[in-house]
Design a protein around this ligand. Structure first.
Ligand SMILES: NC(=O)c1ccc[n+]([C@@H]2O[C@H](COP(=O)([O-])OP(=O)(O)OC[C@H]3O[C@@H](n4cnc5c(N)ncnc54)[C@H](OP(=O)(O)O)[C@@H]3O)[C@@H](O)[C@H]2O)c1
Length: 228
């Protein structure tokens, strides 16, 4: 993110402002995971996902007896995705997390290796603990959440985020329309997820931060929103 906490500029396109060191750091996190989850907004902005290409990281996956690539799962309730996106040609296993209504045409298309259709009873709101248990049953024990802010807000709401990596980049994007790491309705201070800093390092003007999420709120609930 930029110094002012934006993860893309006000046009909401792809974020391509971080360094090669940050991309390598991101690739290492992807390589460590069994699965990667990102929102439909992120896929529409980038058109692609980040696969593991570094030979050392590929060798480490092999040593851990993980498949060559983590499954790359997009969360898109509407299923409104363009089949022409380059993502559908990338040499990675693909997953779709969507509503039961949107799932059938994607199952038919054969463009995804796995489709998780979620029934209406678990999408209002989305039942992330249950969904993550389904992923776990499919062999996905560690999941890297790559954003955007809409998806991150969802998982934080349910206390489903355990660690956070943020790289602060030396630029200012500004703009009320520019997306931030966590969107949604926001948390009131008393219910805000609290973090513990695990590590920090500086590489040529960028600050690499690693946090553990230690609690979702002092009172043990994280569903307190403004106006509720
Ligand atoms: N700098 C970075 O590291 C970084 C990383 C990731 C993303 N980004 C940026 O973040 C932006 C995308 O973030 P985002 O927050 O817009 O999208 P997102 O978190 O990627 O996806 C949000 C998802 O929420 C769903 N959604 C939206 N409104 C909803 C509603 N009312 N009910 C249910 N579901 C709803 C959408 O589903 P549908 O698919 O059904 O519409 C969409 O898939 C892009 O600009 C991207 O470049 C930056």
């Amino acid at each position: 993110m930029s110094l002012d906490g934006k993860i893309a500029d006000a046009q909401g396109g792809a974020a391509r402002f971080s360094s090669a060191a940050d991309l390598a750091h991101l690739e290492a996190q992807v390589a460590a995971a069994d699965g990667v989850l990102f929102g439909g907004g992120t896929l529409r902005a980038y058109g692609t996902t980040l696969s593991v290409r570094d030979l050392d990281l590929l060798a480490q996956r092999q040593q851990r007896r993980q498949p060559e690539q983590p499954i790359q799962i997009v969360w898109s309730p509407s299923g409104n995705l363009d089949p022409q996106l380059r993502y559908f040609q990338q040499p990675v296993p693909r997953g779709l997390l969507t509503t039961a209504a949107a799932a059938p045409r994607w199952v038919q298309s054969g463009l995804f290796d796995t489709v998780w259709p979620i029934s209406e009873g678990r999408t209002q709101p989305w039942d992330w603990p249950w969904i993550l248990a389904q992923f776990n049953a499919a062999g996905i024990e560690t999941l890297a959440l790559l954003g955007g802010g809409g998806l991150a807000a969802e998982l934080l709401r349910c206390g489903c985020v355990h660690e956070i990596f943020i790289t602060v980049c030396p630029l200012i994007l500004g703009g009320i329309a520019a997306p931030t790491p966590v969107e949604g309705k926001g948390f009131l201070t008393a219910a805000a997820p609290r973090l513990q800093l695990l590590s920090h390092r500086v590489v040529e003007g960028e600050v690499f931060l690693h946090y553990r999420v230690c609690s979702t709120s002092a009172r043990g609930d994280n569903f307190l929103y403004p106006g509720e």
